[in-house]
Design a binder for this molecule. Sequence first.
Ligand code: NAG
Length: 159
Amino acid sequence: MRHFGRLIWIVIYGISTVSCQVKVEGFISDSVLLPCIYREGPLPDQFNVHWRDKDDKIVLDINNRVQDLTTQDQVFKGRVRSFPDEYKAGNFTVVLEQARQSDSGIYECHVPKVDFQRRVQLTVAGKPVEAATPSGSAGGEVVTPNFPLLTLFLCCFVV
Ligand SMILES: *[C@@H]1O[C@H](CO)[C@@H](O)[C@H](O)[C@H]1NC(C)=O
């Protein structure tokens, strides 16, 4: 029975780990924000942050609070913005500009020094053709704006 209990724990933990993955939607040619916020504790003086895409391509490396644009994969060159002023607050959020459909997939933000990892699932879609219906009209599906941070809070609450 004790083993059974442990197994359940592992399954629950596995599910919650998987579900704690922020989903972000963006449109082709637009910018999308990929959030990564570390607030588990103080950051050491020296640390690196590694942003990787689904193919383990380098999206951005941040080495000791300085972004390193030399290691970036060709695919991401000139399209990734990060916010150095936010690093000290543990905010390693990046903005991916000129989003392409092929950018869709899982992104990982990894801070090895503090054993921190966040995943963002990005979906880039074509812009919906704007139907000139007033908002809130009956029948139509309401397109809600994206709240990645809300998602993040929710999923971390669940965990
Ligand atoms: C993190 O930085 C981004 C870019 O400046 C900002 O939009 C976002 O609100 C910040 N998030 C938090 C929780 O500070």
